[in-house]
Design a protein around this ligand. Structure first.
Ligand code: SAM
Length: 167
């Protein structure tokens, strides 16, 4: 993957992506976070998701070691893994690439349409096209995250604005 798209984007947005080796080394510093599938990550400038994809890889390798493939617990854990990764990115093209990379990665582990539809819906909510500094989306609405929980067998998202989380 290229780390730089253009000099203009570096100048205007500071867009230089982190390479895989550096991402892995940084994630190794927080290894304990990968003992639980639910550990939450928020990347305030997620780019094309170079950190998010490696976080998802680590979460899914834990799932693979814990649950029988295709079981309800396995599918639910895949959903929880994605649901615990959040990101904000200013540039729409990066947001779309990031969501697609995460979605495509999950398709390597399940073909369940129901699960994949849920994951797609979560990615649209969790990977936000917005400005971390103003805490607003590109549509000028307050950035709002959803905390995903199962209530019996129903997945619900409890909304909370970024500004209220930080105040
Ligand atoms: C240095 S790149 C890092 C991207 C990614 N974290 C990585 O390591 O590959 C910074 C990213 O932040 C985005 N960005 C710049 N200003 C931002 C802002 N105010 N809010 C959200 N994202 C922003 C840029 O578009 C760019 O994709």
């Amino acid at each position: 993957m290229k780390q730089i798209k253009s000099k203009k984007r570096i100048g205007e947005y500071g867009e230089v992506f982190t390479n895989d080796r550096e991402v892995e080394a940084m994630l190794d510093l927080v290894q304990d976070s990968f003992k639980s599938i639910d550990s939450t990550f928020l990347e305030p400038s997620i780019g094309e998701g170079n950190f998010a994809i490696k976080i998802l890889e680590r979460k899914i390798s834990l799932i693979e070691s814990k649950y029988a493939k295709k079981s309800q617990s396995y599918l639910r854990a895949l959903i929880k893994a994605v649901a615990s990764i959040y990101g904000i990115e200013l540039l729409t093209d990066n947001v779309l690439v990031c969501r697609k990379r995460l979605y495509d990665y999950v398709t390597l582990y399940t073909k369940s349409k129901k699960t994949l539809n849920t994951i797609q819906m979560i990615l649209e909510k969790n990977i936000i096209n917005g400005n971390t500094l103003t805490m607003k989306t590109v549509n000028d609405e307050p950035i709002t995250f959803f905390e995903w929980k199962y209530n019996k067998n129903k997945l619900i998202g409890v909304p909370q604005t970024l500004i209220s989380m930080l105040s």
